[in-house]
Design a protein around this ligand. Sequence first.
Ligand SMILES: [Ca+2]
Ligand SMILES: [Ca+2]
Length: 312
Amino acid sequence: MTMVKFLLIFNFLQVEACLRTSEKKLPNLQTCTRESNFGKKAENDAKIVGGITAENNQWPFITRLTIGFDDGQEALCGGTIIDNNWVLTAAHCCDGASWINATFSDLRVSRTESKEYTFRASKIKKHPQYRASTFRNDVCLLKFNEDIIASDPDGDVQMACLTDTLPKQGSGCWIAGWGMTSFDGATSNRLRQATVKIMDKSYCLLNSEYPSSWIKREMICAGNLDNNGDGLTDGGVDSCQGDSGGPLICGIDGKAALVGVVSWGNGCASEGFPGIYSSAAYSSTYNWIRRTVNPKTTNAVNRALDWILNLF
Ligand SMILES: [Ca+2]
Ligand SMILES: [Ca+2]
């Protein structure tokens, strides 16, 4: 594999990741609250409200991001609501952005639905150790002055649950995003979802064609396992385009746990090239998210560490 291919892959995934539609629906999972995600109490004590029903608003915590650049170009990404005022997305979605709008309660891109609403991020905070050349720490937090949750009179918009638990090899999880075939919004698509299987790092390296040095410890491989036994992770049947920055959700203890963020991969549903996600559960990433959203939850040492990290 050459550097040229890497550059091509990089360019491709700057704007899109690959989603395959699936018959399998997101199951009933509980969503979370600010207190359960960022409160001082242990997560196990969290009071959980709301829930996801199969029929109605399966992805209450997803948001569609419009990324604006100084030259007038716009790009599309996904994001996940993790607090009343915060959304998590991929750092490569935030790179070079002059503004970012998030649309909530959205289903179709082309149509302005009666329930959807859009806010502009007031702060864009890339992970201080994000590296564009390697996609390391490809996570970014967006702050909103408005209360995202309270702004929905129907209660359909909710937040996903943070977790520091990585599901086991082969666990079934879900991804979603808005497929687009052009940046100008002329081509519309509904929110799509797909099921993926979580892979251990060792399984991913053994059964994929990615050079091992590309898969960093804060990344997660997910996709189809090698079901046909040829030594390579299987490709998908249907290919389509989705969004970087969107959620990788797993059911953990009945909760909709945000395990990862759509980051990069080679092509759509290619054999031997599972999708690569930034882990939101990896300890340093999980701690950075918590520190950034609610500095009060962490002690002075962690705040100092965060300050130092932000120097780089
Ligand atoms: Ca819409
Ligand atoms: Ca295979």
